[in-house]
Design a protein around this ligand. Structure first.
Ligand code: F0G
Length: 344
């Protein structure tokens, strides 16, 4: 049978109420891409779980199919979220599919172009907040407590249910859980979901390496960050809603949560692109963390299976390219100029 989306594929493992009405864009079923060069370098079997290949270009679609399906089933008319961009685009798309009104709050000027464009294209009412993601999240929590508007941030338990499916897919492809799972951590919904998913699926447990950006690393510092800053705007979050659960996942799995610099993130982004996988900066944090831990001898990957989760597509954040990669050359339209730059 052709693929019919995550609720159809894994619904039996998801704790969704009976009123749930399946709204799907055939999300999930993303590739686990072997990375031969990185594998050789680290002496392990390294795979990228490329979540940028979901319908709206990020892993958020896994949780959103569940959250919107539940909201529609219970009769919600309007959904709202705070977002650094990807949740906004995903909520907008699934709300559009279901015929719901969607409102998204984003930190003013801090959302990558591809995400903002998506949210607008799918018809969300986009509101820019003069503050951080954390400020926007408190506002949507308040409005959903006082009105019938449905909250679709990862505080919503159905988001976590949906996002567990990536752990299931990894186990189904590899035959068991990997030895290590490396992923970026922002609001901490995703690390919470993976850990819950691996525990539930009973195909073994990975050690989990969660990676924050140094300028937005409350879970590493042990306290909230009032003014988070990082080039990886997706994870520019100072008060993660599921911070406790993220720390639990790291501890229970005998893993850790670490911070990497923006420079390390951009370098990992270039390394991934050089092996054919272009991801947005936040999505490169998992690999950046693996490289950083290996360099100090804390990541023993030899002979192990390692999955690095790349959460969003590179096309989400095109502006970063001019800072981090080489700009295209310009030549006059003649053969001599061409052969000169080609150099053969
Ligand atoms: N990677 C990307 C590309 C993201 O967009 C996010 C979160 C994360 C990683 C971190 O995941 O929050 O579950 O720990 N983006 C949210 C958003 C906050 O609004 O799109 P997390």
């Amino acid at each position: 049978m052709t693929y019919q989306g995550l609720i159809h594929r894994y619904g039996q493992y998801l704790d969704l109420p009976a009123h749930t009405k399946n709204i799907s864009l055939l999300e999930g079923n993303t590739p686990l891409i072997p990375m031969p060069r990185l594998s050789k370098e680290f002496g392990c079997e390294l795979f990228i779980k490329f979540e940028g290949l979901n319908p709206t270009g990020s892993f958020k679609d896994r949780g959103m199919t569940a959250a919107i399906s539940e909201a529609v089933g219970r009769g919600a008319q309007t959904v709202i979220c705070a977002s650094t961009g990807n949740t906004a685009a995903s909520a907008a798309a699934y709300a559009a599919r279901a015929g719901l009104r969607s409102i998204v709050l984003i930190p003013e000027g801090k959302v990558a172009a591809g995400k903002l464009a998506g949210a607008i294209a799918y018809g969300a009412e986009v509101i820019q907040v003069q503050g951080s993601f954390d400020d926007a999240l408190s506002l949507v929590v308040e409005i959903t407590q006082k009105t019938p508007i449905a909250l679709v941030n990862s505080i919503n338990p159905f988001r976590i249910e949906g996002q567990k499916t990536s752990a299931f897919e990894i186990c189904d492809v590899l035959g068991s859980a990997p030895d290590w799972l490396c992923l970026p951590v922002g609001n901490a919904g995703n690390i919470t979901s993976y850990w819950a998913g691996f525990k539930q699926y009973q195909k073994g447990l990975p050690r989990v390496l969660g990676v924050q950006a140094a300028g937005a690393a409350p879970l590493v510092l042990g306290h909230p960050v009032d003014k988070p800053e990082t080039i990886a705007t997706a994870i520019r979050i100072g008060r993660p809603a599921r911070g406790e659960q993220a720390l639990e996942a790291a501890q229970e799995s005998n893993g850790s949560i670490i911070a990497v610099s923006d420079g390390q993130i951009l370098s990992a982004q270039r390394i991934l692109a050089s092996e054919g996988v272009w991801v947005e900066p936040a999505s490169a944090a998992g690999l950046a963390g693996l490289i950083a831990e290996s360099a100090v001898g804390k990541f023993d990957a030899k002979g192990k299976k390692v999955v690095v989760v790349c959460t969003g597509h590179g096309m989400k954040d095109p502006s970063i390219i001019s800072e981090s990669f080489q700009s295209p050359k310009v030549i006059s339209a003649n053969y001599e100029s061409l052969i000169q730059v080609v150099g053969v």
